[in-house]
Design a protein around this ligand. Structure first.
Ligand code: NAP
Length: 308
């Protein structure tokens, strides 16, 4: 069993920022990453609200920069693997990653979120067969075709702007007539001529035996139902926390997001959380990065007290 001063779970912006600060504090740190570093950043097309990039930056480029910035630190071990079990036993924090156990004096949970599904029959089967949660990864499959986008938040609106440059027509389907997304972006979609607004509208069924062929829509103001033929459907109806592996004793809100104080401390001493997995209102790359740094600082103080 390898032992670390701190283990960071998840290498999105929060996790990479936490790892950077921990390494610079001189703490023997492990950063556990399941896939490539970047988290949801890898599925984000243009990032225009991260300070320092006046022309914006692609999500994968920002993720690469963050990852590269960690390379000089020899006290940082990057462990690729999935966390399957996390136990707290008599104050010891034990994490099972693939086929090995790690022990940590402190843990920062940065496991983030995953895209929420619509919850319709056939949705799992059609995922990858016309349905997608990633415009950047799958948008080019629909070049010159007709797609739908479900949702009314920053993801739906931002990714619609990216997709509209590729497809011939995009139907933006939102259950209300007001958007949750930033007004600046909403103004831009309103000026995009190949985006058709399907407002006060919900998707009631997904059609296609082998591949998505279309969807059923219900107009909430009139009750009218209709079939809309589509080549693709991008679903951006919010996020759910990635928290299945967490010990039960860590406090969460009613939706499963981890509750912390302003220093990113959970209710369990030595366990911290940062980024999208936290219960909070503002989910941005810049807040995730700030929380990663705050959590690392709190870990440093915790370890000084624990060992001092
Ligand atoms: P979100 O802000 O939670 O918005 C989800 C949208 O989907 C809402 O418009 C919601 O409708 C709708 N919705 C939820 N459940 C639905 C269902 N079952 N059927 C149909 N529609 C449904 O999610 P998000 O856009 O993925 O963003 C998540 C977080 O990341 C937010 O904090 C957001 O600000 C942040 N983010 C920021 C940026 C950026 O700054 N550029 C980009 C992406 C994400 P209602 O409006 O009626 O609730």
């Amino acid at each position: 069993m390898r032992r670390f001063g701190a283990v960071v779970v998840g290498a999105g912006p929060a996790g990479m920022s936490a790892a950077l600060y921990l390494a610079r504090f001189g703490i023997n740190t492990a950063l556990v990453e399941q896939l490539a570093p970047g988290g949801l950043l890898l599925q984000t097309s243009a990032v225009e609200n991260y300070p320092g990039f006046p022309k914006g930056i692609q999500g994968y480029e920002l993720a690469d920069f963050m990852s590269e910035q960690l390379s000089p630190y020899t006290n940082l071990s990057r462990i690729q693997g999935g966390l399957s079990e996390f136990k707290i036993a008599e104050g010891r924090k034990l994490l099972h990653i693939d086929d090995e156990w790690l022990e940590a004096d402190a843990v920062i949970i940065c496991s983030g979120v995953r895209y929420r599904k619509l919850g319709l029959p056939n949705e799992d089967f059609l995922l990858g067969r016309g349905i997608s949660h990633c415009a950047l990864c799958d948008g080019n499959f629909f070049k010159g075709q007709i797609v739908g986008v479900a949702g009314g938040g920053n993801s739906a609106v931002g990714e619609s702007l990216h997709l509209a440059k590729i497809v011939s027509r995009l139907h933006l389907i939102h259950r209300r007539d007001a958007f949750r997304a930033a007004p600046f972006e909403v103004d831009r979609i309103k000026q995009t001529t190949n985006i058709v607004f399907e407002l006060n509208t919900i998707i009631t069924a997904l059609h296609g035996e082998k591949q998505l062929e279309g969807i059923s829509l219900k107009r909430l103001d009139t009750g009218k139902e209709e079939f809309l033929p589509l080549d693709g459907l991008f679903v951006f109806v919010g996020f759910d926390p990635v928290s299945g592996f967490l010990p039960e004793e860590i406090s969460r809100d009613s939706q499963g997001f981890i509750v912390t104080d302003t220093e990113m401390r959970t209710n369990i001493p030595g366990i911290f959380a940062a980024g999208d997995i936290r219960a909070k209102l503002c989910r941005q790359i810049v807040t995730a990065v700030g929380e990663g740094a705050t959590a690392a600082n709190a870990v440093n103080i915790y370890l000084e007290h624990a060992h001092g």
